[in-house]
Every structure is written in structure tokens, then in C-alpha cells.
Design a binder for this molecule. Sequence first.
Ligand code: ZN
Ligand code: ZN
Length: 154
Amino acid sequence: MPDSTQKVTGGCMCGAVRYVAPKPDSVIYCHCRDCRRHTGAPLVSFVGYAAREIEWSGDARQIYKSSANIGRGFCGKCGTPLSWEEAGEEPGGGEIELYTGTTDNPDDHVPTFHIWHDERIKWLETVDNLPRYHRWAHDGSKPYLHGPAGGDLD
Ligand SMILES: [Zn+2]
Ligand SMILES: [Zn+2]
């Protein structure tokens, strides 16, 4: 069971799909094209977990397979995008990133770095000095920048 003092609750717009999870393992911004397509938002933020840490309730979320081992979760009733999900080698062994915007308390989840900064929309900057990674952060890559890129708009 998630620690009730630190639990993260959330769900979709219509309330059919709900979740409870513990304090997230990570909180990030993602600027990739796929997240943009899935949400329609210029960038997204995620709270990250091992899949087994999340307790889902209500309607089962629907999954759109966006690539071989990546699924995108959403509510089948209202369409709210909910998650990025990487298949694990065993059930519950994969990773799930929940869109911070679907949590009940998004103010509590402050991102700590940016991934896929290379695919960002150039007119959007966030005012922070967080590390920015060209692509992934957890494959040994180093951030290429801390703070806004600036200067690449004509
Ligand atoms: Zn819904
Ligand atoms: Zn993304």
C-alpha cells in the first residue's frame, strides 16, 4: 500500500479512472513530439513510478501502443491522457509515468529536469535553471544546458 502520508491521487477528467500512488521516484518535464501528440500540450510533466507502485481503480484505462514496448494510457470515456508506460519483463515490472496534470495536487510535484529538450517547441521556455538533456536522462547522458536555451528564435 502507498504511504498514506505521501500518497499521490489522481485520475481523468470524468472520474471514471482513478489512481493512488506513493511519493514519485522522479518528477520531470518531457518535450518530446510523442507526448505532445498524445496530450495536445506544448510540453508535459510526469511523476514517475515502477508500475507495481500504482493502484488503479474504477474503469480500466485504455492503452494505445505508440511503439513496440511503449503504451499510452487514457480514459475510454472522456479521453483524458493519463500515462506513458514501458512494458517490463514481468507483469508490473515496467515503468509508468503519470501526467502531473492528472494528479489531484499538481502543485506538490515540482519537476527537477527536462528531457527531450531537442524536440521542444522553440517559442516555449520555462523560467528555471534545471538540467536540460538532449534526449533521455537515465542512459548515462549528461545535461547539455542548465537554464533556458534562448536566442534561437529569429
Ligand atoms: Zn474519464
Ligand atoms: Zn515525452
